[in-house]
Design a protein around this ligand. Structure first.
Ligand SMILES: [Zn+2]
Ligand SMILES: [Zn+2]
Length: 340
């Protein structure tokens, strides 16, 4: 008995060790791949850098003039009312992007049609149709968060950014500057969101704040900002607003970033893995299982091994850009249930 249990224990330890090696391999594998991709990029840039920059400048020179003219027109129309212009760009434009995207998704969620969209459901048996009482409750909280939390915060940020730089300057930032700032915003958001999100999963905080967002184990788009107001400030707003604030970004870059962040979180909550759109499998799995996949990009989850269970699932196999029309739940079906 004792020898048997020791063998089992040893076997368990071996399996755990193997698992650790596998996980280390996973991380090492990712680093090697990332180094290879970045290295190849640098080599290519070194080889064709001059002609690439020339073509980019030619392209941007032409379209850059177009955007500058558009911005100048808008700028002059507001005749120095910078705060109004700022509010339009950081509140109205992102809200239109959010409700435009979610309006379309809600039509599908509520009606369960058209079937050529609903066949792409990540959790095929859920929200078919969506519970209207639960949906209405979520929408009220979302509107509250946007009007009474995001609104005043954005106003405060205007004063902070004005002190930091000139967010509504008549001159648009260069293409390269805009691109660099967006990249910084993505990194800042990943860091801030991952750690604040994990903090909200601490039992002491979870039951008071984050439990509300997790009422939806099969999320839909609008649920992306269905959260307790405290969580909305700490985990949704701060990770997104901090990047532009630190960089002293131009209003146009900030506005574009907010729209991108809102559309991205909507897609990762929407519950449909549609062709040619980013995969929602990662965050959908977080809603399904609670203790995996805390980040946005997944880099920090790999580092902290909070995606180890996810990486063994069918959802992980489906976590890719769908480039065909066959739903991934059909091409990579769940394991058939064992016959009784
Ligand atoms: Zn979520
Ligand atoms: Zn969570």
């Amino acid at each position: 008995m004792a020898a048997g249990s020791r063998r089992r224990k040893n076997g368990g330890e071996e399996a755990a060790a193997m698992n650790r090696v596998k996980q280390d391999g996973g991380l090492w594998d990712s680093i090697t791949k990332a180094t290879f991709i970045v290295g190849s990029g640098v080599l290519l840039l070194a080889a064709f850098g001059n002609s690439l920059t020339w073509h980019l400048q030619r392209f941007w020179g032409a379209s850059g003039d177009f955007w500058q003219t558009l911005w100048t027109k808008l700028y002059l129309q507001f005749q120095g009312h910078d705060s109004a212009l700022f509010y339009l760009g950081t509140m109205l434009a992102p809200m239109l992007a959010f409700w435009g995207t979610n309006g379309l998704l809600l039509l599908v969620d509520v009606t369960g049609r058209p079937s050529f969209i609903t066949r792409y459901r990540v959790q095929p048996d859920k929200n078919s149709p969506v519970d209207q009482g639960k949906l209405w409750h979520a929408i009220k909280q979302v509107v509250f968060n946007q009007v009474f939390v995001s609104g005043p915060m954005v106003m405060g940020i205007y004063h902070l950014t004005s002190w930091r730089g000139e967010p509504c300057s008549p001159q648009l930032p260069s293409f390269q500057r805009g691109l660099m700032e967006l990249a910084v915003c993505v990194v800042v958001e990943e860091l801030m969101f991952y750690y604040s999100h994990r903090l909200f999963h601490h039992p002491g905080l979870y039951k008071h704040f984050h439990k509300q967002h997790h009422e939806w184990t099969a999320p839909i788009g609008v649920v992306s900002i269905y959260a307790h107001p405290v969580e909305h400030v700490m985990s949704n707003m701060l990770p997104a607003v901090l990047g532009p604030l630190l960089l002293g970004s131009h209003l146009t870059t900030t506005s574009l970033w907010y729209c991108m962040a809102l559309i991205s979180t909507t897609v990762s909550h929407c519950g449909y893995h549609l062709p040619f759109l980013p995969s929602p499998e990662f965050h959908d799995f977080h809603h399904l299982k609670f203790t995996q996949c805390f980040g946005v990009l997944g880099v920090l989850d790999r580092l902290h091994r909070t995606d180890d269970k996810f990486r063994l699932t069918k959802q992980y196999e489906r976590h890719t850009l769908l480039t065909g029309l066959t739903p991934l739940t059909e091409s990579i079906p769940d394991q058939p249930k064992k016959l009784q």
